[in-house]
Ligand binder design. Structure first.
Ligand code: ZN
Length: 156
């Protein structure tokens, strides 16, 4: 990665960390889950509004955490809106691979732009302490979708 690109990525993370998008509690959310990353102290609640077909109509979050966890949650809310269950799974799997190096990355139709947007967080892979900050929102989102009710998630 060139220094220029690295700086650009940092700028995106700082921007989302300072001015998180979709930082709110939608009144009509029908799924939510709490997440906690004890290593860093990040806490998050992810809210989803999912329709009968499983399409995410709205996604937002609240919480308190470091710039990486906040930026990751903010970016996540931007890429998940309007997505179908199989696309959400593909985004989760690809992001997990990007951030941790574990699992598999694979192409999926209709989410190419979204995956490109998430690449800014790929740098955390080099910092084991930061990986859990970046994946917290995603694990919490997964718990919200899976359980349909609140469920504590710990990334420890
Ligand atoms: Zn953190």
């Amino acid at each position: 990665m060139t220094d220029e690109l690295r700086d650009l990525y940092q700028e995106v993370i700082l921007d989302h960390g300072k001015n998180p998008r979709n930082f709110r509690h939608p009144a009509d959310a029908n799924r939510h889950a709490h997440g906690h990353n004890p290593l860093c102290g990040d806490r998050i609640t992810v809210y989803l509004k999912v329709d009968g077909e499983g399409i995410v109509r709205d996604v937002a979050f609240e919480g308190r955490g470091c710039a990486i966890s906040t930026a990751s949650a903010s970016l996540m809310t931007e890429v998940l809106k309007g997505k179908a269950p199989e696309q959400i799974k593909a985004l989760f799997d690809n992001f997990h691979y990007l951030a941790t190096g574990a699992g598999d990355a694979y192409p999926a139709a209709g989410i190419e732009d979204e995956l490109e947007r998430l690449e800014v967080l790929g740098g955390v892979r080099q910092y084991p302490m930061r990986v859990k900050c970046a994946t917290l929102a995603w694990h919490t989102m997964n718990a919200a979708l899976g359980s349909g009710d609140k469920e504590a998630v710990s990334t420890e």
